[in-house]
Write a protein that binds this ligand. Sequence first.
Ligand SMILES: [Zn+2]
Length: 151
Amino acid sequence: MGVEPFLLASTLALAVAQRLVRRICLSCRESAAPEASILESLRARPDFDQTIRVLQSEGVLGQAGDSLSSIRLFHGSGCVQCHGSGFRGRTAVFELFEIDDRIRAMIMERRDASSIRAEVIGRGMKTMFQDGLAKALLGETTLEEVFRVAL
Ligand SMILES: [Zn+2]
């Protein structure tokens, strides 16, 4: 950003990233079992195991062996309230981490953003995708919306 590292390291307390996703219309929301291809693409993710652990620890997913087998996803079928779109309004998916001494040191060393992000993910930070998947499982948005904004 062209800012001296010591200025960032000494003034930042928290780093936050967020994206907006469309919120499913509550007047026409329906749940359905996800398609097999969606489950496959989730299982193929390199962060799959950690994602399951995060969602289980939040109580969004059950603790059962194959916790994905019985999940429900949601969509809006379209109604007068949402002008047939199935969506009304927006909600945010986000990730955040505290700037502690280790992160402060990485900033001073001019480490790039992806190494810093890898460091905080390794410590268990919930990623934007995991936050979005939780919101999809809770019926707030669709998994397609989450895939659109979060890798
Ligand atoms: Zn609707």
